[in-house]
Design a protein around this ligand. Sequence first.
Ligand code: NAD
Length: 315
Amino acid sequence: MATCLITGGAGFLGSHLCDELLRRGHRVICVDNLETGSLVNIEHIRVPEFAHLNVDITEPFFVDEPVDVVYHLASPASPIDYLRLPLHTLKVGSYGTHHTLGLAKLHRARFLLASTSEVYGDPKEHPQREDYWGHVNSVGPRGVYDEAKRYAEALTMAYHRQQGVDTSIIRIFNTYGPRMRAHDGRAIPTFLRQALADRPITVFGDGRQTRSFCFVDDLIAGMIALAESGEHLPVNVGNPDEFTLLELAETVVEVTGSRSEIVHEALPTDDPQQRRPDITRAKELLGWQPRIGLRDGLQRTIDEAGAETLLGLNR
Ligand code: NAD
């Protein structure tokens, strides 16, 4: 049994990671100040192997028991959040990552940084491999998130190279599943909410921009496999099946049996045109690949989350 500390453990991905690590027999310390997460995501966990510390990681923090693995997920993640919290997003990526890496160093723990496909910006290479350096607008509104993550990656490599910390970096591509917030502004929760209410589904631009969507269980399996490997350089984890936003909207209508029509809205600033991971490294290094397709994942999201939650009625 290992003791795993998860920053951002009360968020969407973090809470699924808590569940899976506990299921595998580990102890879990969830560090989360509930800035964008919620106790609702962890209230079902009632075992002595689990603890929640309500701590803001932009301030130094300590844990007075041995820690074996640190999963660093804390950060606003959806555009709605980081556009509302630009300075906080930069602080979590910088100070928060410093403090969390410092804690991993103190405990001689394995460290995993939750980075993002946004480090590739609006990519000029397709699909995106880990050795592509990206095309990011540092001064645009999304720059606060993209650059915070790029800085956090640089910091992680510096702690590894200069301080000998055993680090890893996962570049997460769009992930969905139960516990997404109905109003977090990302495509899948928005489309599901609109479809279940038989309201118009709002697709940005002409809807021909592409994304790849990974079901949360697949993502968490890849994340744990990376943390348990000895790899230090970034690894893409996501589902390489690529869909246009229009195809996604049509699939959501089909799976929900909705009567919604599809309407178009203006594209947000710096919205990437294409997104698809090259997962060769994850396959070779971790023996990992996603197993759950879009239709199946959407159905599981509806079944597990329930229509009321997806409609945003009970939060
Ligand atoms: P989320 O907003 O649901 O979770 C983030 C958690 O971090 C929240 O519980 C929040 O309260 C916590 N947090 C924020 N600031 C904090 C602070 N100062 N101190 C302590 N806790 C703090 O987001 P998510 O979708 O679960 O994303 C988790 C991580 O994965 C993020 O780092 C995000 O950048 C990354 N990621 C997610 C996706 C995705 O599709 N969900 C894609 C790429 C990367």
